[in-house]
Design a binder for this molecule. Structure first.
Ligand code: AMP
Length: 609
C-alpha cells in the first residue's frame, strides 16, 4: 500500500517522516541530513536551488535567497507580520495586483505558495528516493495560530507539489502523538506542549485521550525564537569586538553572516558543553593593517545571563495560558518539547521548575511534528473512511447575520460530536420566512468564510419581532455531517437540513496533480480576476450607498423613481451575497448591474445640482 508521508514544514527547517512496520522513521535528504533547510534561492545562472545548497550560498546571494517562507504563507501584503519580516530578510517582498504577496528573486516575482510548493516537492522527492516508490499522500502539521487562509495556502502549496493532503493537524497535537500520548485507552492526559523554534514560540495545553484531542489553551509569539537568542550572543560579540578594535562588524555583510553562523553553532554546542570557543579567523580586513580575527571563549552561564529574559518571556506566556484555562502547572501529566531550542539546558530547567516534572524525552524535538504527522497518516491510511472523520470541528460554524457578520454556534477546535443552539428573532415584524445561511470559517466576517449551504425556513406564523422565536440548532457529527434544525418555538414546526463540513476551505475537486505549476498559474489568474471584480464591486457598493440618500430625495414622489431605488438596493444585496459566496460568475454579473446602477444614480443626483 502507498505510504502516507508526514511533513512538518518549518520556518527554518522542514522534516519528513513515514511509519514503517508501526515504527516512525525520519527520512534523510540526499546528503544524509534529516533536517531540510526551508530555503530556496535563484543563483546567478538563474537556477533554482533548494535546501542545504541554498542555505550554504546564502551569505553571498542573500538578496536572492528566500528564507522564512512559512511566515509569509497565506498573508496579504498589508499584514503587520509581513512588514516585520521584510525588515529582517535581505530579499524583497512586494505585492501583486490584488495585494497578494510576491517574493522577488533576481527580478522575477514569485507567489509564496509556488516557492513553498517547491520546498514540499523537494521533501516529496526525498521520500520517493528513500522508499523507491511514488508518494502522493501526506499529513501536514501547522501552527495552531494558522488562520484559515494560511491553511488554505499550505494545502494549495502541497497540491502544487502533487501531494494530496489527508489532513492538516495542529502542531501540538502532532507533538503529543509523536510521544505516544492520546493513543491509549487510559484516562485523558493533560499535556503541555512547549515549542520554541528558530523564530516562533508556541505553547498549548491539551487534553488527550484515545482519539479525542482537545486544545484547552494556547498562546504564541510569532517573533520569539532561537534567532533572538543568537542575536543576544551576536551583539555581545560585536560590542566586544568594537571595544577592542573600534570596528562595527555589522557594517560588513560577509563578516556578519560568518559571525551569525559561528554564534548559532556556539549556542547549539552550549547545550552540551559548559564552555565554547568562538573563532572566526580573518573576520575583517581594515585595509591598512593585517586582517583581524575574532576569538572569544563563552561560558554557558554568560549565555544564560544574556538570554534570561527571553526564557522568562516564554515561561510567562505559559503561565498566562495555564491560568486562563484554570489549570495548575503541577497538575499537568506530561510536558512535551518541540523545536531545536528545547535542547537548551536553561529552558529544560525552567520547564522542570514550572511543571514540577522533567520534559519527556525519547523523541528528537525537531522531528516530533513530522513523526506525529506520519503516525496520523498511518492511522488514516488504515481506516478508509478515517480521512473524513473529525475529532475536532475544523473551523468555526455559524450563521450569516446582519452586516455580513457570522453568528458563531460552534467554535473551531470543539470536540465532536457537539450540539449548540441559539434562539433568533426575525429582522422585521410579521416576517414569515428566514433565510438561514450556514457558514464555516475562522473569521467573524462572512465574506472571509465558506458558505456550506442555505435554506429558507418558512411558514411560521406572522408575529411581531419580539414574539417570533426560532431556535436554530447545530449538530456536528464526527463523520463531518452538520445537521441544522430550525424550530419555531411557538408552533414547534421543525425543518432540518444536513451539510458537510470541509476539512479545509479548499475544494478538493480542483485537480492540480497533473501539471502543478501550470494549474497554479490558472488558479492565480482566476483569483486575481476574482479579486479585481470583487474590489470593483465593493467600490461600487460604497459609491451607490453614498449616492442613494440624495437620489431618493430626488425621486421622492415618483413611483417609477422609487422602484429604481428599490432595484438599486436589491442590486447591492445580490452583489453582497455573491461576494460572500466568492462566486466569480455571480460577482461579474453583480458588478455589471452595479455599474449600470451607479451610472443611473449619477444621472439622478446630477439633476439635483
Ligand atoms: P526548529 O525551528 O525547530 O528547526 O529550531 C531551530 C532553532 O533551534 C534554531 O534557532 C537552532 O539554532 C536551534 N537549535 C537547534 N539545535 C539546537 C541545540 N542543540 N541547542 C540549542 N539550540 C538549537
Amino acid at each position: 500500500m502507498e505510504r502516507v508521508i508526514g511533513i512538518d514544514l518549518g520556518t527554518t527547517n522542514s522534516c519528513v517522516a513515514i511509519v514503517e512496520g508501526g515504527v516512525p522513521l525520519v527520512l534523510p535528504g540526499p546528503s544524509g541530513q534529516r533536517a531540510f533547510p526551508a530555503v530556496l534561492a535563484i543563483d546567478d545562472q538563474g537556477q533554482r536551488i533548494i535546501g542545504q545548497t541554498a542555505r550554504r550560498q546564502c551569505v553571498l546571494n542573500a538578496e536572492h535567497t528566500a528564507t522564512a517562507l512559512k511566515r509569509l504563507l497565506g498573508l496579504r501584503f498589508g499584514h503587520p507580520q509581513v512588514r516585520q519580516l521584510s525588515e529582517m530578510v535581505a530579499y524583497r517582498i512586494t505585492s501583486g495586483p490584488s495585494d497578494e504577496l510576491r517574493v522577488v528573486l533576481r527580478n522575477e516575482q514569485y507567489a509564496v505558495t509556488e516557492l513553498v510548493a517547491a520546498l514540499l516537492l523537494d521533501l516529496k522527492k526525498a521520500a520517493e528516493a528513500y522508499l523507491g516508490q511514488p508518494v502522493s499522500r501526506t499529513v501536514l502539521t501547522a501552527p495552531l495560530a494558522f488562520s484559515d487562509a494560511q491553511r488554505i495556502a499550505l494545502r494549495d502549496a502541497a497540491r502544487l507539489a502533487g501531494l494530496e493532503v489527508l489532513r492538516i493537524i495542529a502542531d501540538p497535537i502532532a507533538a503529543a502523538l509523536a510521544h505516544g500520548i492520546g493513543t491509549s485507552e487510559h484516562r485523558a492526559q493533560r499535556v503541555a506542549v512547549y515549542d520554541l523554534g528558530g523564530g516562533t514560540f508556541d505553547f498549548a495545553l491539551l487534553e488527550m485521550s484515545s482519539g479525542v484531542h482537545e486544545i484547552r489553551a494556547s498562546t504564541s509569539d510569532a517573533f520569539l525564537g532561537g534567532q533572538d537568542f543568537d542575536r543576544r550572543l551576536l551583539d555581545y560579540l560585536v560590542f566586544g569586538f568594537a571595544k577592542d578594535h573600534k570596528i562595527d562588524l555589522r557594517q560588513d555583510r560577509t563578516a556578519l553572516q560568518r559571525l551569525r553562523d559561528a554564534v548559532e553553532k556556539a549556542k547549539c554546542d552550549l547545550s552540551v558543553d559548559e564552555e565554547v570557543t568562538i573563532e572566526v579567523p580573518f573576520i575583517i580586513s581594515t585595509g591598512t593593517s593585517e586582517p583581524l580575527h575574532l576569538h572569544r571563549v563563552i561560558h554557558r552561564t554568560k549565555f544564560e545571563e544574556l538570554t534570561e529574559d527571553l526564557v522568562e518571556r516564554t515561561i510567562q506566556l505559559c503561565k498566562g495560558a495555564l491560568s486562563e484555562a484554570g489549570v495548575e502547572p503541577r497538575s499537568v501529566d506530561a510536558v512535551v518539547v518541540v523545536g531545536g531550542m528545547a535542547r537548551v539546558p536553561r529552558i529544560q530547567r525552567a520547564l522542570t521548575e514550572l511543571f514540577g516534572r522533567v520534559p519527556m524525552g525519547g523523541v528528537t524535538p525537531e522531528e516530533a511534528l513530522a513523526i506525529g504527522a506520519a503516525l496520523q497518516g498511518a492511522a488514516l491510511s488504515q481506516t478508509p473512511s478515517a480521512s473524513t472523520t473529525f475529532e475536532l470541528s475544523p473551523h468555526h460554524l455559524g450563521l450569516l447575520v446582519g452586516g455580513g457578520k457570522v453568528f458563531r454556534l460552534i467554535s473551531a477546535g470543539t470536540q465532536l460530536p457537539h450540539e449548540a443552539a441559539h434562539i433568533f428573532t426575525t429582522a422585521r415584524d410579521h416576517q414569515t420566512a428566514l433565510r438561514l445561511v450556514v457558514v464555516e470559517g475562522d473569521s467573524e466576517q462572512a465574506s472571509d468564510c465558506k458558505i456550506l449551504g442555505e435554506f429558507v425556513y418558512s411558514g411560521f406564523l406572522a408575529a411581531s419581532r419580539e414574539n417570533t422565536e426560532v431556535e436554530v440548532r447545530f449538530s456536528a457529527a464526527q463523520n463531518g455531517d452538520l445537521t441544522v434544525t430550525a424550530t419555531d418555538l411557538r408552533e414547534q414546526r421543525r425543518e432540518q437540513h444536513t451539510f458537510r463540513l470541509s476539512a479545509s476551505l479548499l475544494s478538493s475537486e480542483t485537480d492540480g496533480s497533473k501539471s502543478p505549476m501550470g494549474s497554479y498559474e490558472l488558479e492565480t489568474q482566476r483569483s486575481d480576476e476574482l479579486s479585481r471584480n470583487q474590489n470593483r464591486a465593493e467600490q461600487l457598493i460604497s459609491d451607490i450607498l453614498g449616492m442613494l440618500p440624495r437620489a431618493e430625495q430626488a425621486v421622492a414622489g415618483s413611483e417609477l423613481g422609487l422602484d429604481a431605488m428599490r432595484r438599486a438596493r436589491s442590486a447591492i444585496e445580490r452583489a453582497r451575497i455573491a461576494i460572500i459566496r466568492g462566486e466569480s460568475v455571480a460577482i461579474i454579473d453583480a458588478r455589471q448591474v452595479l455599474e449600470r446602477t451607479a451610472a443611473m444614480l449619477r444621472g439622478v443626483t446630477a439633476s439635483l445640482r
